[in-house]
Design a binder for this molecule. Sequence first.
Ligand SMILES: Nc1ncnc2c1ncn2[C@@H]1O[C@H](COP(=O)(O)OP(=O)(O)O)[C@@H](O)[C@H]1O
Ligand SMILES: N[C@@H](CCC(=O)OP(=O)(O)O)C(=O)O
Length: 271
Amino acid sequence: MQTVPEKNRSANNWQRIVIKVGTSTIVDAAGDIKYPVINRLAQTLSQLQKSGYEIILVTSGAIGVALQQMKMVKRPTDIPSQQALAAIGQSYLMAIYNQSFAFYQQHVGQVLLTYDVFNNKQMLKHTIDAIEAMLAQHVIPIINENDVIAVDELEHQHSFGDNDRLAAIVTHETNADSLIVLSDIDALYTANPFIDATAEPIAVVTQVTPELMASASGSSDLGTGGMATKLYAADYLMAKQRQMVLINGKNPATILDIVAGKAIGTLFKGV
Ligand SMILES: Nc1ncnc2c1ncn2[C@@H]1O[C@H](COP(=O)(O)OP(=O)(O)O)[C@@H](O)[C@H]1O
Ligand SMILES: N[C@@H](CCC(=O)OP(=O)(O)O)C(=O)O
């Protein structure tokens, strides 16, 4: 595996960090909610916040959590059923986060967004103002897509499609220093390692090439985006001179290592 010299990771002067947590970090393959992982995430983010970092959490998992609550094994295909699950799961997801963060005396606030917010100057300003106000009060904003109303209509795009894209846009619009994406995989591999046993992890990506895009196929059972949407997010950020790090979410304390400048996962950073 290619190694990155520590000095190439400019993590030490980060101030504002967006963390994106995928469904696979919140819910396991059997559909059970990973309470200890969520607790560790809350502990880690609270610790960072108390050390002076500004933290924004973008979380998936509403539908995954709701499937467990409603004792359903498969995600329904029709939109209203998915909207209903998102409504059920989002409130429970926030209840879990509230309880987990409260243990570390960390306040959080819920922000639910649709794509059109970012296409409307005034709505965008209101959203950013609210996020800035929370950060100024040492509150961690917890963002998800508003899946109840984010249903695309003809000529009107409400939906981000996936939370990797949402997280990348939030990173840019809030002028954050980096996006850290937590998934069920240690890094970007040369091919999907669940399919190709010869796949090798990639430590640094300086450009998202068509070959890299072609290497991304499939997602975890409940994840919607898969690796392709993470590559689109990285490409979007690199075009804006920002960076992204992909790590395994099984131990969220790894975020502390990333912030300390350790070379873990895949770093996406333009040259
Ligand atoms: N080249 C690749 N490298 C790593 N993972 C890949 C690759 N191609 C496809 N994948 C798949 O992407 C999955 C992660 O995406 P996803 O399931 O959407 O996770 P999340 O819910 O964390 O967003 C991995 O579990 C793996 O199955
Ligand atoms: N907004 C949806 C998640 C959508 C999504 O992109 O999921 P994932 O690929 O796991 O990050 C939810 O909360 O269920």
